[in-house]
Ligand binder design. Sequence first.
Ligand SMILES: [Cu+2]
Length: 503
Amino acid sequence: MTALIATIIIVLLVVILLQIARVTELSKKIRGEEESERRSNDRTALWLVVFMIAFLVLCVASAFYYKNVMLGYGPHESASEHGGKIDGLFNTTLFFTGIVFILTHILLFWYSFKYRYKKGNTSKFMVHDTNLELVWTGIPAVVMTFLVVQGLMVWNEIMPDISSDKEYLEIEATGYQFAWEIRYPGEDGLLGTKDFRKIVPGVNNIGQDWTDEKNVDDILLSGSDMIVLPVDTTVRVRITSRDVLHNFYLPHFRVKMDAIPGLPTYFIFKPTLTTEEYRNNLKDYAEWQTPFDPEDPESKMRWEEFNYELACAELCGKGHYSMRRVLKVVTREEYNVWLAGQKSYYLNNIRGTANDPEVNRNKLFGPEITERRKELTSDIENVVTAEESAAATIQLKHVFYNTGTATLDKRSQYELDHLSTLLKKYGDLNVELAGHTDSVGDDGMNLNLSQSRANNVREYLVNKGIDSSRLLARGYGEVEPIDSNESGEGRKNNRRTELRIAS
Ligand SMILES: [Cu+2]
């Protein structure tokens, strides 16, 4: 039924249109062709002017309406030091191109109106006019030069690389399908070297070279970990990609740079507002004072839930959207606390595993030595401050010997030097140095070996200035195992040197 009515309506409309056309045709014949053409031209010309006014008013109104988003005003204010310069450049460019846009449109429509067809009007033929040529070549050239020079100046201010004498934090962002691997330099402030041939997904995602000591303390933020940066600190981001083109985009900081496989790029910026400060600024805008979850009026306000974010601004594949990461800017103190809670990727995931390169097995790294120092200090302090002077045994975990001999390995110096410092500090501590072996080989030989090892430790400490009367060296051989002698791991644990606090 509806279809039938619709068909009838369409047929009727077509009939009406045909009738109107016939009426116009007939009226033209009555009034004369020329007159009717003149009227039609006048009408069209007038409509062009009306269209121009409406169009320009809408353009200006929409530019004004969207100025916050487009030009960084109000709640879209930039949160980095250089951001204002980029926003300023957009403002200047829009100012000049806006003038040109409005003028050319007025001319275009006004001339269509003014020079509409009139009987008897003829064109003016102009072969050449130098003045006109100068005007329409010169003015755009001057304006364009101004804009380009302005742009170059801002570019040169923002993009130069940082000089090494300035203090800055360097992090690294490696894009891959579909996430960012963010690397922090750890305590040494330096990012370790990497090589794409060392990439093993899931084990060594960015191909870090574990034989480079700078990599030992490097921290990796994977998956959805929040990126944390300190406020008012210059940050240099090394930007690379593992597969296709990505783009490191921090809209609130006006940071945007391609991540290109095989060609590292960088961006240097200084966050000026912490996440908390930015939220507080947003609080003043009505559109941020609505519930974060529109379904739940009880939920937090939008400004309370605001977060800076990292996005990939290159359509890099079907999981492109999932490269979003939250970035948090905090005070220097909060940053230091956060950083202290982050763990070295190498020391926690690679050290001592099958992936740890052979050359690292017989090395001790700075962070390990520092960590062990703290451990030994607190072990001994615990004994000293204990109420009862109960006999205590502390394992000297970093005392090593060359295989099968009693000669101290070079690496033992850190533990023993630190022990001598502690023994000097606690001058009334008398200790026994106890050597132990595993059960492999002859009992008597093991006893001798453990005795010589203990003797050597004693000798080392005496050379460091500890009074020999405070040190007793004793070999126990294989009779006091702390683990099974069946496995390699267990035997390794049994070969040990202990510090027994006598009094
Ligand atoms: Cu991407």
